[in-house]
Design a protein around this ligand. Sequence first.
Ligand SMILES: *[C@@H]1O[C@H](CO)[C@@H](O)[C@H](O)[C@H]1NC(C)=O
Ligand SMILES: *[C@@H]1O[C@H](CO)[C@@H](O)[C@H](O)[C@H]1NC(C)=O
Ligand SMILES: *[C@@H]1O[C@H](CO)[C@@H](O)[C@H](O)[C@H]1NC(C)=O
Ligand SMILES: *[C@@H]1O[C@H](CO)[C@@H](O)[C@H](O)[C@H]1NC(C)=O
Length: 196
Amino acid sequence: MNFFLINLLTLLLFRSSSVSCIGSRYLNILSALPLGPYKLNFKQVRICDPSKFYKLQHNFYLSYNPITNSTVIRGNTSSIIPFEDTLFMEANVASRGADGNWKDNTYMQKSPKACSSFRNLMGAEWTTVMNGLGIKNATCPIPPGNYTGTGVDTSLFLNTNFPKTFVYGTYRLRYSYTRNNEVCTCLIYVFEITPL
Ligand SMILES: *[C@@H]1O[C@H](CO)[C@@H](O)[C@H](O)[C@H]1NC(C)=O
Ligand SMILES: *[C@@H]1O[C@H](CO)[C@@H](O)[C@H](O)[C@H]1NC(C)=O
Ligand SMILES: *[C@@H]1O[C@H](CO)[C@@H](O)[C@H](O)[C@H]1NC(C)=O
Ligand SMILES: *[C@@H]1O[C@H](CO)[C@@H](O)[C@H](O)[C@H]1NC(C)=O
């Protein structure tokens, strides 16, 4: 995937103030892509390397909630370090091509201040998400410990600061928290973005 499209995805994912900078060149590209309001269907979540010890480890799995007809992220978190702003939040997204093969590094982002960045991304749903993960009275930083909650219904992500439109397709997200060269958390999410 070319650099231009990576920039475009960056704009879409981190709309914030940069959106006002979208020029007519971007808008032409935008209208050419299969993009729009979407449904987010989670297909898989797993630890990057199950044999590795992560200092802040999410043991997540997906389950189905028939009442809301949506997927729920369940499981527990076990950490020996605080979740705080000295960590970086890193996302590396691969997209599945028409040939069924993954195209790596479709989109990459490294944000400082992991805890605040995650809170900003969750927006209005921050408290609900953190409660679902078993973290009561969530503020940054989150102290180390063992947390188990009732789960996070993925349908509520549509009410967060996730982009309102996205390029349709199947994606594999490698999501991590890092500090210096150390990976403290690492999860792989596979999800589909389909038209609403
Ligand atoms: C549940 O969700 C699936 C996938 O989004 C959809 O195809 C199906 O129609 C939904 N079922 C109900 C009862 O809403
Ligand atoms: C956390 O989840 C893992 C994987 O499902 C499980 O083996 C472990 O027992 C759980 N820990 C707690 C404290 O619930
Ligand atoms: C929530 O956390 C803050 C900061 O750690 C603390 O001052 C406050 O008392 C806590 N509130 C409750 C209800 O636990
Ligand atoms: C979390 O659970 C592990 C393993 O069960 C235990 O060794 C550790 O002390 C717990 N940590 C806290 C902060 O309770």
